[in-house]
Design a protein around this ligand. Structure first.
Ligand SMILES: Nc1ncnc2c1ncn2[C@@H]1O[C@H](COP(=O)(O)OP(=O)(O)OP(=O)(O)O)[C@@H](O)[C@H]1O
Ligand SMILES: [Mg+2]
Length: 278
């Protein structure tokens, strides 16, 4: 099982879009069994994979979400009939994921993570890794969608991962952030003694006929460090990609042929990179 986090401290660079569509392509085109984990409190990946009614009933029925991994406190269940009872946190190995389609499962996100971040929680950073040990025989790939803010959730994702993949927009300001991101990841690797490799850098929401795109690409191709990580194919800007997301339509099932070609090529390059790394 290979675990990859989509990461960038810059918001809106298509982390979620890439996480969902790479996961979808691994499952549908490569026949891999995939689990997507949404550790972003904004839970956008979940919104792109579960229709709102399904998610609302899932949460109402106490269906499992990422919160079950991080919130290990006992809950008081008020009762009008007898004394209040306490429910023990679920064992990590008993957490149930949601099946989205053949080969593709989701551990949904939860807005409540915002509240939980403020609460004390010793060793919380390691829980995602501990959970993944319980499913290591079930999946070929685990794809983790992370929030843009440095947080315990982002750290947990890195601790649990073998690889990180960086989506970045092809503009000068976005590109200045990648060296800072690299230094933060290096620091986490030292602090937590992680064996974590970069699976590449993907230009996203690109407009290939613009000067800003060509300059960004040339700068990365000339950069001594990043040149070897830059993906050959970038994800083009297409409004249809954004429009389809809340209707749970992914790139491969859209009629957008160049976006389909791009996500197929990106996923193949990703699998080649992580499989070469063994
Ligand atoms: N290739 C694309 N073409 C057009 N719009 C896109 C494309 N990729 C992503 N978007 C849109 O850009 C916005 C940001 O994308 P996304 O949510 O994937 O980014 P993110 O990095 O996960 O954001 P956040 O940092 O908030 O988690 C969304 O509205 C999404 O629909
Ligand atoms: Mg996101």
């Amino acid at each position: 099982m290979k675990v990859v986090s989509l990461i960038n401290m810059k918001g809106g660079v298509a982390k979620t879009t890439m996480a969902i569509n790479i996961a979808d392509c691994l499952a549908t085109r490569h026949g891999k069994s995939v689990l997507l984990i949404d550790v972003d409190p904004q839970f956008n990946a979940t919104q792109c994979l579960m229709p709102p009614d399904q998610y609302i009933s899932h949460v109402k029925d106490d269906g499992d979400t990422i919160l079950k991994i991080f919130d290990r406190s006992q809950r008081v269940i008020p009762s009008t009939v007898a004394d209040s009872s306490q429910s023990k946190p679920k064992k990590l190995e008993d957490i149930e994921v949601v099946n989205i389609k053949n080969n593709f499962d989701l551990l949904p996100g939860n807005l409540e993570l915002y509240r939980l971040e403020m609460a004390p929680g010793d060793g919380r950073e390691n829980r995602l890794k501990n959970y993944l040990q319980t499913v290591c025989d079930d999946y070929d790939y685990v794809v983790i969608d992370t929030p843009p803010t440095p947080s315990v959730w982002m750290t947990s994702a890195l601790i649990a991962s073998d690889f990180y993949l960086i989506p970045v927009r092809a503009d000068p300001i976005s590109l200045t952030g990648i060296d800072l991101l690299r230094s933060i990841i290096e620091e986490k690797k030292d602090n937590f003694d992680l064996n974590l490799c970069c699976a590449g850098l993907i230009l996203t929401v690109t407009e290939s006929n613009t000067l800003v795109f060509r300059r960004a690409k040339e700068n990365l191709e000339r950069d001594k460090y990043w040149c070897k990580y830059l993906y050959q194919v970038s994800l083009p800007k297409r409004t249809g990609i954004a429009q389809g997301q809340l209707e749970q339509t992914h790139i491969l099932s859209s009629d957008n042929n160049d976006a389909k070609r791009a996500i197929t090529a990106i996923t193949t390059e990703f699998t080649n990179r992580v499989e070469d790394d063994e």
